[in-house]
Design a protein around this ligand. Structure first.
Ligand code: HEM
Length: 450
């Protein structure tokens, strides 16, 4: 995998299966976080403002909203930088477990990441999201058309996974037929154990993606288009420093890493919660105006990206603790989102919660640049499910959350049934190119749902 730029073997990453008795062994990636994240974060928060764990080389967990926000706003003291080339001070980037992967400008500090953001901002701005919205809606309608006569759907495999992948690929100007390898690569990497053949398979998918991104960059340098890849190819990081192929590939790779798992997680969790709360589902059907606040509330509650790391750049006192240069810190968006100092009844989903200063998009300069797109996808996807499959029922015994949710609180599979309905006969070139309807939960080819 070309992104491995230092000697840390991925198999060195320690991973626990169970949450320990004591906080000094707290494992963000423990498998029993799945389904219990609110309880776990609330409990840590009640015990300590800052938890220290000895795992992964040692890291601190910020559990309170005010501390998470203050640290996220202080790039100088809490660096996102990932020193994969050994040219810095060994900063570890935004993922707690030691890893050799450079994740693009999300792992740079000011002023560099701000320069990247300025270059790509027009593609994430409301006007461009609005331009993409009819395409995302077309794909969503057609994806439901594929299953609607059968009364069966896998809400993740057939829906929450492919549609956000298509939206991100469309935004990037990439071919939507690559949606599956892209989303599988990022999904599998989150939860498969290093050293297994399946994990090696996921690494091979990442290698393929990087080659494909390089191919796109080479193509756009020769044949410019009106897309973000071309814009990056022609951009400079300050005067006289044109972006290299590697810089552009890193940035595109970040868009895939940022856009796929996260939106899948948000939509999936919303659908699970609405399966448990039928009255609220009915309320959302009757009052579509609630969709925007519901989206933010589901984000708060499920927090797709549970937390991201920073490296302390200087000795300092913060949140009542003394920190040393090089200390690793988890900005726990998910814990901040259930802080009773900020949120009334934090364990409950309140569809019209206002104000809702949640941290699920991040806070400060690195705050999610894809938020407009994700919100638009969410509204389109939820609207389609609620209007066309209003009585969907999830098969809980077959539902599979990610076994490890520390990085992304997602799902692998979510079979559901509903009263069959009519196709609307939507033609979608996007869905045809994606080959939707041809895969089942094991990744095997299948004919169609119908
Ligand atoms: C529900 C969906 C999403 C969630 C919960 C989410 C979450 C986040 C969070 C927490 C950050 C802050 C990172 C940090 O502080 O270190 C972030 C940054 C980012 N997100 Fe998202 N994201 C979502 C959707 C998207 C989409 C759809 C895209 C692109 C297609 C995207 C691209 C990015 C990028 C490029 C950054 C880095 C920004 C920077 O470093 O300046 N995200 N996201």
């Amino acid at each position: 995998v070309p992104r491995v730029r230092n000697d840390t073997a991925i198999s060195d990453i320690e991973r626990g299966d169970r949450l320990p008795e004591t906080n000094d062994q707290f494992d963000l990636y423990a498998s029993d976080m799945a389904g219990r994240w609110v309880e776990v974060w609330r409990s840590l928060q009640e015990q300590e403002r800052v938890v220290h764990s000895d795992l992964y080389g040692g890291y601190y967990v910020l559990t309170r909203h005010a501390d998470v926000c203050a640290a996220a706003r202080d790039d100088d003291t809490f660096s996102s930088y990932h020193d994969t080339r050994g040219t810095g001070n060994g900063e570890g980037g935004i993922v707690i477990s030691p890893n050799p992967f450079f994740n693009g400008f999300i792992e740079l500090d000011p002023p560099e990441y701000q320069m990247y953001r300025r270059i790509v901002a027009p593609w994430f701005a409301p006007a461009n999201v609005k331009r993409l919205a009819p395409l995302v809606e077309e794909a969503t309608i057609a994806a439901i058309d594929l299953v609607i006569e059968s009364g069966q759907i896998d809400l993740v495999m057939d829906f929450a996974k492919p549609i956000p992948a298509a939206a991100t690929l469309l935004l990037m100007g990439m071919d939507v037929e690559h949606w599956k390898i892209c989303s599988d690569a990022f999904h599998e990497f989150i939860y498969l154990d290093a050293g297994t053949p399946e994990h090696d398979g996921a690494l091979a998918k990442h290698a393929w993606i990087l080659e494909e991104l390089q191919r796109c960059v080479t193509d756009r340098r020769q044949h410019p288009r009106d897309d973000v890849i071309t814009a990056l190819c022609g951009a400079e990081l300050g005067a006289g420093r044109p972006l290299t192929d590697q810089d552009v590939v890193d940035t595109l790779y970040l868009f895939l890493g940022g856009g796929l798992n996260t939106t899948m997680s948000l939509v999936s969790h919303a659908l699970v919660w609405l399966d448990d709360h039928r009255d609220a589902r009915q309320q959302l059907i009757e009052r579509p105006g609630l969709m925007a606040s519901a989206c933010e509330e589901f984000l708060r509650w499920c927090t797709p990206t549970q937390g991201l790391a920073r490296t302390v750049t200087r000795e300092c006192e913060f949140a009542g603790r003394q920190f040393q240069r090089g200390d690793r810190l988890l900005l726990t968006w998910a814990a901040a989102n259930v802080d009773p100092e900020v949120f009334d009844r934090p364990e409950e989903v309140i569809l019209d919660r206002s104000p809702n200063p949640h941290t699920a998009w991040g806070v400060g300069g690195h705050k999610c640049i894809g938020a407009n797109l994700a919100r638009s996808e969410f509204a389109t996807m939820l609207t389609q499910v609620l209007t066309r499959l209003p009585d969907y029922k999830i098969d809980r015994s077959a539902m599979r959350p990610f076994p490890k949710v520390g990085l992304t609180n997602g799902y692998i599979s979510m079979p559901a049934t509903f009263t069959p309905g009519q196709r609307v006969g939507a033609e979608s070139e996007i869905v045809r190119r994606m080959g939707l309807g041809k895969h089942d939960v094991t990744g095997e080819e299948r004919e169609s749902h119908g």
